[in-house]
Design a binder for this molecule. Sequence first.
Ligand code: ASP
Length: 316
Amino acid sequence: MHPFSLVIHGGAGTILKEDMTPELEQAYLKGLQDALDAGYAVLEEGGSATNAVKAAIVILEDNLLFNAGRGSVFTKKGVQEMDAAIMDGKSLNAGAVAGVRNVRNPIELATEVMNNSNHVFLSGKGANDFAIKQGIKLEPDEFFFSQFRYDQWKAMRDSDNYSLDHTHQGLEELMKDKKFGTVGAVACDQEGNIAAATSTGGMTNKKYGRIGDSPVIGAGTYANNKTCAISCTGHGEPFICAVAAHDVSCLMEYKGLGLQEAMNEVVYKKLVSMDGEGGMIGTDAHGNTAMAFNSAGMYRGMRNSAGENHVAIYKD
Ligand code: ASP
């Protein structure tokens, strides 16, 4: 049997144990484990890497603790606008959506774009129209409401600032204490095919239709059976300019680096030199997995056919 594996993240940033209650910590760990189990079950039954990453992401999108789907952050206008992408490393086909509203699981919509449209990237109203046409589940605004994200937004809505998620403090702390709540998954299935997926509400108080790295193929999400599947989380703008996920693939393809080595190069050198705080998860087509983050913490988990299974939050 070909080794199979799944890695997930629930965002990176200044996540410190002293800021966490034991209850909240347990809730995050359980949320991660639930997503890991859902994706792993697909792989165990011989399902595809694309189905596995989608299954894991759906669980994280439905969990209020994470900034994706339900629980997404508020924009400057006080609504949720979500981005998501999925890529199949076997076919190099991908689907992505940006700025969608009221879509319960943006990753389902991104998958629909990949499988049932002639396009790769849809945005705004057009993406929402496509969701309706394809029968993708929509929910009213109230479904996406979470009090702590509303409070985060209230603290900054009259300013021009925007911030990166997972924080419960006021404006000053928000700006220095950066936390990112995007969710992501990468998988290698029993056929040796790999896939990556990422979903996010973006940044609190974002405006002008701002789109981050998550749905941009090659920046926040990338998969290629020849090299790796990568999902990123962090300050989207430098991740886009670094073409972070594809850069890892290039280092493997053209320079012969291993997965962890290539990720280290991008996360600890290139992104640091560009003030790109955050991290990424990866797998290759042999089922090897890796994680790297240059922030204080990253919500993360990994499970594989060799029997490894763990979830973590802080730097160990
Ligand atoms: N990368 C995401 C963005 O910039 C934020 C995050 O990772 O939480 O939209």
